[in-house]
Design a protein around this ligand. Structure first.
Ligand code: TTP
Ligand code: MG
Ligand code: MG
Length: 348
């Protein structure tokens, strides 16, 4: 293998929140489990965080309104989000993952990349993946899926396709052909808007992107057009890097009933601010940017951000600045409020 070639491993835990609940409550096994907002016999608001694979057979998935999930399977086991527990399990898993390479990058609570180019061959890389899965299972009694590929983009799509409890290796020469049949939505960077535009141009599969020249892609999609050109060919030079591991910390809350009651709004907001602060404190971060999101009746959603002159971890500043932003929303828009959220970012 040429020295410049890389081997990247992507790992993602299977139905993470729900799998932890199943592990801790063996009586849930084999039954549909949904973690998320309270369904309140179908009138609940908020969304599904995740569902186990049994529940997914009913069409239940992350981000689905919880009321819809209840309609699809009223007999499912509905559980609240026990974030503290999931965070604890996540950090234990990440400690295991980090042992497998000095070059790691944590993407979310249940997902990470490892640069394992040092393995020198895809056979060795596969062994590393097997050992990693085995160690996580032995220590945490949880399954994960591993994808191995020549770069981050390919490794991520490989692991998505190998779910659940899978391990799949796609080598550099296989990568381009491997990607061709998958939907354009599977390609990182292609969001719903871009996907719609691509479909209107007859581009449905990743392989179809190759029908357009680099110039065409840049003309249509701007600078990211060049990324699409490369990614469709299985090329991605992004390094695995632990810098900027967690990009933001935030909370949001959907009200029982759309409201403009300031007591309701601000007490929920205070609670979220405290949660954010706690997580920030535990992570040992300073933030510079505060973002507040406000969703009004009819799903009209706005965000406002404030960037401070200096990074801080001061709760008072967080409280004052985020409340100023929320107040602006309330004053600018007379509509009832459905959801509010607060997020801090630009960490140092
Ligand atoms: P994912 O890895 O996207 O999903 P998953 O682990 O539940 O299932 P899969 O087997 O397909 O990987 O997300 C990890 C966790 O993040 C998930 O268990 C719950 C949480 N999550 C949300 O709370 N809301 C969301 O919209 C998504 C996508 C995830
Ligand atoms: Mg997962
Ligand atoms: Mg994930």
């Amino acid at each position: 293998m040429c020295m410049a070639e890389r081997i990247i491993l992507h790992i993602d835990m299977d139905y993470f929140f729900a799998q932890i609940e199943e592990r801790d409550n063996p009586r849930f096994r084999g039954k549909p489990v949904v973690v998320g907002a309270d369904p309140k016999n179908g009138s609940g608001r908020g969304v599904v965080s995740t569902a186990n694979y049994v529940a997914r057979k009913y069409g239940i998935h992350s981000a689905l309104p919880i009321s819809k999930a209840y309609q699809l399977c009223p007999d499912a086991i509905f559980l609240p989000v026990n974030m503290e527990l999931y965070q604890k399990v996540s950090s234990e898993i990440m400690e295991i993952i980090k042992k497998y390479s000095s070059q790691w990058e944590i993407i979310s609570l249940d997902e990470a990349y490892l640069d394992i180019s040092f393995s020198g061959s895809y056979e060795k890389a596969k062994e590393i993946g097997e050992n990693l899965k085995k160690e996580i299972f032995e220590k945490e009694k949880l399954t994960a899926t591993v994808g191995v590929g020549p770069n981050k983009i390919v490794a991520k799509i490989v692991s998505e396709k190998a779910k659940p409890n899978g391990l799949l290796v796609v080598t550099q020469p296989e990568a381009e052909k491997f990607l061709e049949p998958f939907d354009i939505d599977d390609l990182p960077g292609v969001g719903p808007k871009t996907a719609e535009k691509m479909r209107s141009l007859g581009i449905n599969k990743i392989g179809d992107i190759k029908k357009l020249s680099k110039e065409d892609l840049i003309n249509i999609f701007g600078v990211v057009g060049e990324d699409f050109y490369l990614r469709a060919r299985g090329i991605d030079e992004n390094p695995v890097s632990s810098e900027g591991v967690i990009k933001s910390i935030g909370r949001q809350y959907t009200f029982e009933k759309d409201t403009r009651d300031s007591k309701t709004l601000f007490s929920a907001f205070d609670e979220m601010i405290l949660d954010v602060y706690k997580e920030l404190f535990e992570a040992g971060f300073n933030f510079k940017t505060i973002t507040v999101v406000c969703r009004f009746q009819g799903f009209e959603t706005h965000t406002m951000a404030k960037t401070l002159k200096k990074p801080t971890n001061d709760l008072k500043i967080l409280k004052t600045e985020s409340k100023k932003l929320l107040l602006k929303f309330i004053l600018q828009n007379q509509k009832l409020i459905r959801l509010i959220g607060v997020r801090v970012s630009s960490f140092s």
